[in-house]
Design a protein around this ligand. Structure first.
Ligand SMILES: O=C[C@H](O)COP(=O)(O)O
Length: 263
């Protein structure tokens, strides 16, 4: 089960919705709400808090291959040992993607290369790198991730009380991130305390996915429980923004065609 590859996502304007869930019940609710990627995450344990292996296995079984499932590994120090161990543990649960974050304070490139040497040891799971927009993200790492065979890269926020991703990085920087990921043929995601109001500008950047947790919860409390109405509202907002973008592209194409006929 694959997240649509970067080139097709940009061409067909299909932005997937990722939802972080803590258990199988929330996974079922997200499937009902039309979510495209189920992300196993325990928000009470940090930005990339890991659920237990048992919970991840239960989510994988509940989803039953209907959509891709990812799992975060936890907020580990940027060191080879703990990150490799946590990545292998997450991969063993049967998920399609393991989301591995790189907090400041270590040699992230060395960790990325070590993860690249795991090829084959992670079973069907592919590795997705997570950079933190509010922790001096090094976009040079994207090339290292591509060389290490990562499937994708997500730009998220570490401090969830620090504002949303677009408050932390300007849109042109977000666009630059999407362009770099695409240039390295990796899928890219944007996340970080996002709300409905952020969706039009982010859909315009044509990432492959946009990730949510807080906006899907009752009263936007990311450690609270998911609300189906909130899930559907976000899903509908993405579809609406995509349609506006598609209509805009179509009208620009028609205008260009008219100008060419007139010239
Ligand atoms: O990958 C998903 C994001 O981390 C969702 O969490 P958030 O919306 O609470 O930032």
């Amino acid at each position: 089960m694959q997240i649509i590859p970067p080139k097709r996502a940009a061409d067909c304007g299909r932005v997937s919705m990722l939802a972080s869930v803590v258990d199988a019940r929330e996974a079922t609710l997200c499937l009902e709400g039309g979510v495209d990627v189920i992300d196993c995450k325990d928000p009470s344990r940090g930005a990339l808090g890991a659920v237990t292996p048992e919970a991840a296995r239960a989510i994988v079984e509940t989803v039953g291959g209907r959509v891709p499932v990812s799992a975060t590994i936890g907020d580990h120090p940027c060191e080879v040992g703990p990150i490799v161990e946590a990545t292998l543990q997450a991969a063993a649960t049967g998920v399609d993607y393991v989301k591995t974050g790189f907090l400041p304070g270590g040699d992230a490139a060395e960790v990325v290369r070590a993860l690249g040497r795991l090829r084959g040891e992670t079973g069907k799971a592919q590795i997705v790198g997570v950079l933190f927009a509010d922790a001096s993200p090094d976009f040079e790492l994207v090339a290292e991730m591509a060389a290490a065979g990562f499937a994708g890269v997500v730009l998220d926020t570490a401090n969830k009380s620090d504002g949303a991703l677009p408050d932390v990085l300007a849109v042109d920087q977000l666009e630059h991130f999407v362009e770099i990921a695409r240039a390295h043929e990796m899928f890219c995601g944007l996340a970080g305390s996002l709300r409905t109001r952020h969706i039009p500008a982010l859909v315009r950047l044509a990432p492959d996915l946009i990730g949510f947790r807080g906006a899907l919860c009752c009263e936007n409390a990311r450690t609270g429980s998911l609300d189906l109405r909130a899930v559907v509202e976000i899903r509908d907002a993405i579809v609406k923004a995509e349609k506006i973008e598609t209509d805009l592209m179509m009208s620009k194409a028609e205008e260009l065609a008219r100008e060419e006929r007139a010239s």
